[in-house]
Design a binder for this molecule. Structure first.
Ligand SMILES: [Zn+2]
Length: 194
């Protein structure tokens, strides 16, 4: 799949013009990252009184979104190996989009709308109370997830869907490599050279 390109020719994860998440897979109803349960989705759908909001909701899904697939393709090309859609911590049901176990890095591809990106995270005027609560809740849950991961010795890396995919992949690869155990260091520890 060829990445979408912006006016500068840089590959981007998604279209930037409207800030409304788009996917080629209309009809898939699962929202991304933290807005996930079917119950939430149907509650949201019953509140979605405008066609625009309904469309936006219907365009959501949790995994294998186009931004995620693009990111995975770039990471794979960089030689990175990872698990997809896994819960990084035992006892925490929330799943990360990508998990690098040995490096303890969890990656979340955050949709601009659902996770309140500063550039495209505009909130619908209709049903504003519902959306305030919903989107604030998402942000609180993201922060809580990050805190739990940090406390367990993990790094939570968040990538915006609007971020150029090559930049995002390079950032992730650098963090993962930095956090992988290095044999030489361990060897020098063992022989008392530290
Ligand atoms: Zn954005």
């Amino acid at each position: 799949m060829k990445p979408h390109t912006d006016s500068d020719g840089a590959a981007v994860l998604r279209c930037l013009d409207t800030g409304i998440p788009r996917t080629a897979n209309r009809g898939a109803s699962r929202p991304s990252s933290s807005a996930r349960t079917p119950r939430e989705a149907s509650a949201a759908a019953s509140t979605a009184s405008t066609a625009g909001v309904r469309r936006r909701m219907q365009a959501q899904r949790t995994r294998d979104t186009r931004p995620e697939l693009e990111l995975r393709r770039f990471l794979h090309a960089l030689g990175m190996r990872y698990r997809v859609d896994r819960a990084p911590l035992p006892g925490m049901r929330r799943r990360a989009d990508l998990v690098f176990g040995p490096a303890r890095v969890a990656v979340y591809v955050d949709g601009c709308f659902w996770h309140g990106c500063a550039h495209h995270g505009n909130r619908p005027a209709r049903n504003s109370e519902y959306w305030e609560a919903k989107l604030d809740g998402n942000r609180r849950r993201d922060a809580d997830t990050d805190a739990k991961l940090t406390a367990a010795g993990w790094l939570s890396l968040r990538v915006w869907e609007h971020e150029p995919v090559e930049d995002a992949a390079a950032r992730i690869a650098a963090s993962v490599r930095r956090r992988l155990p290095q044999r030489r260091v361990r060897h020098s520890d063992e022989v008392g050279l530290k």
